[in-house]
Design a protein around this ligand. Sequence first.
Ligand SMILES: Cc1ncc(COP(=O)(O)O)c(C=O)c1O
Length: 283
Amino acid sequence: MTRSDNSLTSRSVQIGVGRDEKYGGISFPIYPSATYRHPKVGQSTGYEYARSGNPTRDILEEALADLEGGKRGLAFSSGMAALTTLFLHFSSGDHLVVSEDLYGGTYRVLDQIFAKFGLTCSFVKTSDNQAVAQALTPATKALLVETPGNPLLGITDLRFLAELCQDHHLLLIVDNTFLTPILQQPLKWGADIVVHSATKYLGGHSDLCAGALITRDETLGERLYFLQNSTGAILSPQDCWLLIRSLKTLPLRMERHSSTALKIALWLQNAATGGAGLLSRPE
Ligand SMILES: Cc1ncc(COP(=O)(O)O)c(C=O)c1O
């Protein structure tokens, strides 16, 4: 692992540590309260109502933003809840260019639900830079890519797309579910928004359904928070706590996923080449 990977490891394990100011809990508490008492008329603890904000969710959302290198993180009840809230940012008549190598549920919500409200999409092979450039129309507002794509694992050149988006004043949205911030940080390549199905690697234990949006800048983060608070697909305090707990081991789990996958790939290569392939990783 590189030095920055190590710092991600430390930051992950420290999520919420030192934040329980009242009792010093190393594990940040779950706040199930739906409503909050104000100390005095005109004063607030910062929390009023659970949909609008929750201390446990705040710790998680800060951690998500920190790990992806963004300014604002938002936690949702599923990856589809995060994507649906994100698509509400667009208006009737807007057009998106989207990876054709795309999670089926994302395709379904765009094709069968948002299309009814006039949001149109072109599904293109985003690993082909020219195909993406040619798919832009005067109505295009954003590119949405999965890299690697689900299910074909197509790879998209994020740096090229970020420059394209900058030239055409488009948002670049990257679904980073498969690599997680441990293996890829799209915001650092110039993306504006990162999406996660936290149900997968971020959660990592098949005991949680969750989603996330992370933005590079605060203004866009505030706009998405407005949509999250208005439509309400928030993650529950209990699940926020569970995801915090999961994130603490994310770097270790990704390291093991990667080394195991490499072993399997080498074994398959060896089997396919009848023993003439590499038996171990070249130094
Ligand atoms: C790449 C990708 N994005 C989004 C989703 C949707 O996430 P969820 O199932 O948490 O709603 C999935 C689910 O498999 C996915 O694989």
